[in-house]
Design a protein around this ligand. Structure first.
Ligand code: AMP
Length: 224
């Protein structure tokens, strides 16, 4: 029963999700956002909606994303800063997929410190690389409404059809096996060091991401 109760906090809550691609950051970020009543901000989702809308930002990002590479910080940081200064972010937010490099984390720390703010919690969802490869190969996405599924762990009711909008599900280009390998390499080279960065800042919390979604969320609730 307690699990259904919203997480209530007096002050704004600024949360960063860390972990390899496919560790379950998005799923947990959505649940935290809902429980805390704050927005879930996914830089990957913002890029994908820009690609879909055919904006210049989308065109710039697509080439990098399709290869499993990071979109350059010059593009990503400005976009994220604009987003966190929107009105719905006044009580905090959950960042999913940002920061992904030390310079991005430094830009965020610096921008927040100008108004006396800081990240309150960085939640690292730990999953071994072998599990990541298995998980991502089975991922299917609805490009129409953004819903995500997994052929083994979270199948749609009808094979390859979105439960929500009835469109066909696809294996995203960036979930294809060769791209997953590159994304894991990129993660270890550029994003993994953020664990030490937020540990040094005294806000790091590590959770075991191999457990099921509800158990992982229960651990996160304890932390928050
Ligand atoms: P995601 O949905 O978070 O897995 O992101 C999908 C892709 O978007 C990544 O593989 C990157 O190409 C790009 N991307 C998302 N967030 C960032 C970021 N903070 N910095 C650079 N590239 C990003």
């Amino acid at each position: 029963m307690r699990d259904r109760l919203p997480i209530r906090r007096e002050d704004a809550m600024k949360i960063v999700m860390l972990g390899a691609p496919g560790a379950g950051k998005g799923t947990q970020a959505k649940r935290i956002a809902e429980a805390c009543g704050i927005p879930h901000i996914s830089t990957g989702d913002i890029f994908r909606s820009n690609i879909k809308a055919g904006t210049e930002l989308g065109q710039q990002a697509k080439a990098f994303m399709d290869q499993g590479a990071l979109v350059p910080d010059e593009i990503t940081v400005g976009m994220l800063m604009d987003r966190i200064h929107e009105a719905d972010c006044k009580d905090g937010y959950v960042l999913d997929g940002f920061p992904r490099t030390i310079p991005q984390a430094e830009s965020l720390t610096e921008a927040l410190s100008r108004t006396g703010e800081a990240i309150d919690a960085a939640i690292d969802i730990e999953v071994p690389d072998e599990d990541i490869v298995l998980r991502m190969g089975g991922r299917r996405a609805c490009l129409h409404c953004g819903a995500t599924y997994h052929t083994c762990f979270h199948p749609p009711r009808l094979e390859n059809i979105c439960d929500h909008c009835g469109h066909e599900l696809v294996l995203r280009d960036d979930d294809k096996p060769e791209t997953v390998k590159t994304r894991l390499e990129v993660y270890h080279a550029h994003t993994y060091p953020l664990i030490a960065y937020y540990r040094a800042a005294g806000v790091l919390h590590e959770v075991d991401g191999t457990k099921n979604m509800d158990q992982v969320f229960a651990e996160i609730r304890e932390i928050l």
